[in-house]
Design a protein around this ligand. Structure first.
Ligand code: F6R
Length: 608
């Protein structure tokens, strides 16, 4: 969601800005733009198309300092006049991620002060505010700091001035931003992948930091205005890991990366002979001994991982577990329990609602916090006392795939460690689970071999408007995830139900035009599920069943069976996720949608 790239160098920065933007495309955007300083003037190029179009339009643009942006519309429609950078009085240019909540009041005040607004965005107030302070003789840094003090809301910004070709000011509060350290050149970006072609040395900014970047150095000031040092880290992200390689789409690549992503996430555990709380952090043993319940907060796919984990946590570890949608929890009056472990789950670690929900939980007195996250330096990881990092690698496709299955693996580890802490895991069971976890990557690899069959099956869905997903128990959240994947990238309306709920309403929807996709593991609820499937078939519904071996569900007229290679016990949800991801992917191919960048969606949702 929105991307920022900025550079101050001794060479033309336009190609650096454009390549950076192209690498941020995956975050989702509807327009793009850049501005450079050239001969004491700001030279701006904007486009409502793809970054490729901006590149064409910028062919003659040249400058040694510049800022660039991909915009995901919040205030004002996607249009060239609303695209960033925004400029005040031909003098100050700003790019911004986030939302300024008091922009209406600031707009009224600035209009009265003689500023003319040329866009509908909240961002434009920042440009005019900085200008108003700069025009009073403040340095660009001081003017930006003064402007930021007047803002309410979330931001990551980059600022340049026409008469100052040597300084780029940037700042963050509530939206991610990092510096890139080069030799005789410095950079800023919202995501490290944007900077990999120019540097690996990065500085992750803290909340409230404001930075003055020059060619030869930079100065960081914290939220109180005190100059501070922040560690320079060397990013381990490889350039290849963000390249498409031989795959047609990132989503397909990421589906296929799941065996490796799971092996990496489970590496430390699978190489050892026993499970220890220490994998969640030094304080984990004491925390786990103190808690009596779990509260999981997350959004979207990550929320589905939490819903599945509840079954494990209550059944295996015997610990009470609540799972809440972060955007709801943050505004809900709930009853806090200091003995609850609050678990936030997030691929990006930057989701605004999940951060706000965590802060809300803390404000209510919850002191035990754990982040399950794919981005080590992210806000959520830093906000929690305990952490377990999923090692899925960068996820570029907007639809989450490998992040989800690795989250499930991490949550299973949490379940086992809590079960052990609570005396509910015998040594023999521990060894058996470790054995199953070691086998998991190869079990997933086998499921991936169903790809050609699923591609064929997807042809049945190309002309459909609706689809119903069914699951029971531990696999109901997997049905939810399958429906989410299908609707996100193929735009087919899809809903998921626990199969037992069918006759309480959704059965009314079932006719020959309604495909019904069912997850059918060989578990304790199998016979119940079979009866539910009969109910569908009796109403003429076409069934697509992903069935484990030995379920004895057979293909027949109107019943299509995809045979899963094996039943993985408690880990079965991870295996059953794979064919649903592939199904969504191949249906989207049939429909010709933009698989990696589905309409209206962004990768990391850093605004409310
Ligand atoms: C769906 C998807 C979203 C995210 C959600 C939370 O495919 O990707 O539903 O799961 O926006 O994002 P994170 O996990 O980054 O907090």
């Amino acid at each position: 969601m929105c991307g920022i790239v900025g550079a101050v160098a001794q060479r033309n920065v336009v190609p650096i800005l454009l390549e950076g933007l192209q690498r941020l495309e995956y975050r989702g955007y509807d327009s793009a733009g850049l501005v450079v300083v050239r001969d004491g003037q700001l030279e701006r190029v904007r486009s409502t198309g793809r970054v490729a179009e901006l590149t064409e339009k910028s062919a003659a643009t040249h400058g040694l300092i510049g800022i660039a942006h991909t915009r995901w519309a919040t205030h004002g429609a996607p249009s060239e006049r609303n695209a960033h950078p925004h400029i005040s009085k031909n003098h100050i240019a700003v790019v911004h991620n986030g939302i300024i909540e008091n922009y209406e009041a600031l707009r009224t005040y600035l209009t009265a002060a003689g500023y003319e607004f040329t866009s509908d965005t909240d961002t434009e107030v920042i440009a005019h505010l900085v200008h108003s302070h700069y025009a009073r003789g403040n340095s660009l840094l001081a003017a930006t700091q003064a402007a930021l003090a007047e803002l309410v809301g979330a931001y990551a910004i980059g600022v340049i001035a026409a008469d100052n070709p040597d300084q780029l000011i940037c700042a963050r509060r509530g939206s991610p931003l990092l510096l890139g350290v080069g030799s005789g050149e410095h950079f800023v970006a919202s995501d490290v992948s944007a900077l990999l072609p120019v540097t690996r040395q990065v500085v992750y900014l803290e909340e409230g930091d404001v930075v003055e970047l020059g060619r030869l150095g930079y100065r960081i000031f914290d939220a109180q205005g005190t100059q501070v040092e922040r560690a320079v880290q060397v990013s381990e992200l490889s350039n290849e890991s963000v390249q498409l390689g031989a795959y047609r789409h990132y989503m397909q690549k990421e589906i296929h990366e799941q065996p490796q992503a799971l092996a990496d996430t489970l590496e430390s555990v699978c190489n050892s002979q026993s499970l220890v709380p220490g994998i969640f952090g030094a304080e984990a043993a004491a925390t786990f001994a103190d808690i009596d319940s779990i509260l999981i907060l997350a959004c979207g796919t990550s929320h589905h991982a939490g819903l599945a984990a509840r079954y494990w946590l209550e059944e295996i570890a015997g610990i009470r577990c609540n799972v809440e949608i972060a955007s709801e929890y943050r505004y809900r009056t709930s009853v806090p329990n200091p003995k609850t472990l609050v678990v936030v789950i997030s691929q990006s670690g930057e989701t605004a609602d999940t951060q706000a929900a965590l802060n809300h939980a803390k404000a209510q007195g919850h002191g035990h916090t754990l982040a399950i996250c794919n981005v080590p330096e992210s806000a959520l990881v830093r906000l929690c006392k305990l952490r377990l990092l999923t090692r899925a690698g960068p996820e570029i496709g907007v639809a989450s795939t490998k992040a989800f299955t690795t989250q499930l693996a991490a949550l299973f580890l949490l379940t086992l460690v809590l079960a052990k802490t609570r005396g509910r895991l015998t040594a023999q069971q521990e060894q058996q689970y470790l054995h199953e976890l070691r086998h998991l990557p190869s079990a997933v690899q086998k499921v991936l071999e169903l790809e050609p069959l699923i591609a064929k099956l997807a042809e049945h869905f190309a002309g459909k408007q609706h689809a119903l997903f069914l699951g029971r128990g531990l696999h109901y959240p997997i049905a939810l995830e399958g429906a989410l994947k299908l609707k996100e990238i193929s735009y087919i309306h899809a809903e998921a139900y626990p199969a037992g709920e069918l006759k309480h309403g959704p059965l009314a929807l079932v006719d020959k035009d309604m495909p019904v996709i069912s997850v059918a593991p060989n578990d304790a609820l199998l016979e119940k599920l079979k009866s539910n499937l009969q109910e569908v078939r009796a109403r003429g519904g076409e069934l697509y069943v992903f069935a484990d071996a030995d379920t004895h569900i057979h293909a027949a007229d109107g019943i299509h069976i995809m045979q899963m290679p094996e039943h993985a016990g408690y880990l079965s949800p991870i295996l059953h996720t794979i064919p649903l991801q592939l199904l969504a992917y191949y249906v989207a191919l049939q429909k010709g949608t933009d698989v990696d960048k589905p309409r209206n969606l962004a990768k990391s949702v850093t605004v409310e």
